[in-house]
Design a protein around this ligand. Structure first.
Ligand code: HEC
Ligand code: HEC
Length: 293
């Protein structure tokens, strides 16, 4: 056999070797856990019916409208359909889209996708999310074009060139911070916003309004303050996140992704709670700093 053919056969064999397949399967498994749990891209990208109920058979084919002056944004179709989804994008292009907010054609993805938080998703978890997205059936669905009557920033930050690793799981607080920030963007909704950005000096203090068919819900204070989670038990915090019930058992309203968060495992829940308990205690909305508004 000519040497080049031998090399080609060896490369092919390597690509389909049981070890590679096992690694792919592990990546997809990790992606599935993240996607059906803390990361919950589906809370925005899942296809929904008229009543807002998720239609699982139509996957992440998008269409949900965010009508929030000064923009009208429609969640994109992120299934592997080559015409109406992201089937033609490379793995690197998909990762760049959700971590840096830049499409393959160079245009910027607009709000409300929490790109500033997704920037911190580790390289391994980013690959797992892509592996999962690629493993989904393609769904043809043309989504209307978003309209932004505002200036989008030139970029969400400098290009990511460095490697990004998740903190070690043995450091509960640090891993919990990774879960509540880059992976779960809990702190996007639960940190008071000033001029369109969460004020990280008041991280977790809540107080942001969310309008929808449910009326107006206000993000709660997650810091260990009297007006926050100080008196709550770990079990009560876990129940709020997984089942959408407040301390007294009353149901919590959207837009938190309860249907996804119910799949967060016990180890991750423990880290998440350890992080929340480590936050600086602040009153709802963060107190005097709110005067900066
Ligand atoms: C808070 C809602 C929200 C969340 C959460 C969210 N997205 Fe998005 N996403 C959007 C909206 C809205 C758009 C369309 C923005 C626009 O038109 O510029 C979008 C656009 C995109 C695009 C661009 C697709 C295209 O064809 O232009 C990709 C890729 C994407 N999202 C992937 C993801 C992934 C992966 C996740 C989870 C890690 C995620 N999104 C989480 C709301 C969200
Ligand atoms: C898209 C915005 C959003 C995201 C993301 C989000 N939350 Fe919430 N959260 C809310 C809102 C709004 C409420 C209040 C709902 C209500 O009043 O009915 C709430 C309520 C809560 C409560 C109940 C507190 C109480 O006093 O009853 C807890 C605990 C909580 N969130 C934790 C989290 C954690 C942990 C995450 C990430 C895994 C998270 N949230 C992600 C918006 C969000």
């Amino acid at each position: 056999m000519p040497i080049r053919r031998v090399v080609a056969v060896l490369v092919l064999l390597a690509a389909f070797s049981p070890a590679t397949r096992a690694q792919d399967a592990r990546l997809i498994e990790r992606g599935k856990y993240l996607m059906n749990g803390i990361v919950a891209c589906g809370n925005c990208h899942a296809r929904r019916d008229q009543e807002g109920r998720v239609q699982p058979e139509l996957g992440l084919s998008g269409g949900m409208l965010f009508d929030e002056e000064p923009f009208k944004a429609y969640a994109a179709n992120i299934t592997p359909d080559p015409e109406t989804g992201i089937g033609k994008w490379t793995d690197e292009q998909i990762i760049r889209a959700f971590r840096e907010g830049i499409r393959p054609n160079g245009t910027l993805i607009g709000p409300p996708m929490p790109i500033a938080f997704f920037r911190g998703i580790s390289d391994d978890d980013a690959k797992a999310l892509v592996a999962y997205l690629r493993a989904q059936p393609p769904v043809k669905h043309v989504v209307p074009k978003s309209e932004y009557r505002m200036q989008l920033p030139p970029a969400y930050g400098p290009p990511i060139k460095e490697k990004i690793a998740a903190p070690p799981r043995s450091d509960l607080r640090a891993y919990g911070e990774y879960l509540a920030g880059p992976l779960g963007h809990c702190m996007d909704c639960h940190t008071p916003w000033v001029q369109g950005h969460p004020d990280m000096a008041r991280v977790g203090a809540g107080g942001n309004p969310f309008k929808g068919p449910w009326g107006v819900s206000v993000s709660r204070n997650l810091t260990p303050h009297e007006s926050g989670l100080k008196a709550w038990s770990d079990a009560e915090i876990a129940r709020a996140i997984r089942e959408g019930r407040s301390r007294n058992g009353s149901p919590l309203r959207p837009p938190m992704a309860f249907d996804w968060y119910r799949n967060i495992d016990d180890a991750d829940m423990k880290a998440l709670i350890a992080y929340l308990r480590s936050l600086k205690p602040l009153p709802l909305g963060g107190g005097p700093a709110a005067a900066k508004k």
